[in-house]
Design a protein around this ligand. Structure first.
Ligand code: NAD
Length: 233
């Protein structure tokens, strides 16, 4: 039976991906620092929950170990946990800046490092990294955009190193998705006429990317336009 490991799986896009993979008969391991919601989503999808902060390498390694203990293999890894920017240039503090980079960049680098021995050892697998449209276009939330550009760069740069081992890696670059991360400014976005995707649309994109043949791509997905899922050169 195929298995998926999903960071940030307690909410939003990660939880929607867990539901989608489970509906396809895959086993799911959710990793999140929100234990209460993580346990609830895991129960819903008959999966396993691992409480961990992705900003710690040990936490990521523990999650991969748990997935392999439980299901014997990991076919898809969705490195998805993320937070918004906590400061800009005007209100910069080292702590706020590091908080964003620690989850959004360190968390993905550590997650990738932690899962590679397993993926290589089993003959391959598919890694999807949740970046953002902001990682291709920039954003007023500039350190969020900085972190997401880093992820697109990581994916494009790592892909050739992993291909020989049968490991594919791609970036999901969603526009706005209706999850708690945007809840605070959703009314303003809607007032401005911006389209907001359902988390299930993003989850469908994750499934397509994970199953597809390519590697090193940055895939844009936007509300109501599943056909706009295109690799950006
Ligand atoms: P969300 O807030 O619903 O989910 C994020 C999850 O990540 C939460 O469950 C949270 O507890 C978890 N998390 C955060 N930091 C963590 C850490 N250090 N360790 C473990 N877990 C941690 O938001 P979402 O929209 O589902 O976000 C998922 C990803 O999608 C993020 O990387 C986000 O940047 C990206 N994204 C979201 C949108 C959007 O509009 N919602 C657009 C583009 C990209």
């Amino acid at each position: 039976m195929r298995a998926a490991l999903i960071t940030g799986g307690a909410s939003g896009i990660g939880a929607a991906a867990a539901r989608r993979f489970a509906a396809r008969g895959m086993r799911v391991v959710l990793v999140d620092r929100d234990e209460e919601r993580g346990v609830a989503v895991a129960a819903e999808v008959d999966g396993r929950f691992v409480a961990a902060d992705v900003g710690s390498l040990a936490g990521n390694e523990r999650a991969v170990r748990a997935a392999v203990e439980e299901f014997g293999r990991v076919d898809v890894v969705l490195l998805n946990a993320g937070v918004p920017g906590r400061c800009g240039l005007a209100d910069f503090t080292e702590e706020s800046y590091r908080d964003t980079m620690r989850t959004n960049v360190d968390g993905v680098v550590y997650g990738l490092h932690a899962c590679l021995p397993q993926l290589r050892g089993q003959g391959g697998g598919s890694v999807v990294v949740t970046a953002s449209l902001a990682g291709l276009t920039g954003s007023p939330d500039l350190f969020y955009a900085t972190s997401k550009y880093a992820l697109v760069g990581l994916v494009r740069s790592a892909a050739p190193h992993l291909a020989a081992d049968g490991v594919r890696i791609n970036a999901l670059c969603p526009g706005l998705v209706g999850t708690p991360i945007i809840a605070g400014f959703r009314p303003a976005l809607e007032k401005a006429g911006l389209r907001i995707a359902d988390p299930a649309e993003a989850a469908a994109a994750v499934e397509t990317i994970a199953a597809g043949g390519g590697t090193g791509g940055a895939w844009v997905v936007q509300a109501g336009r599943p056909a706009s899922l295109v690799p950006v050169p």
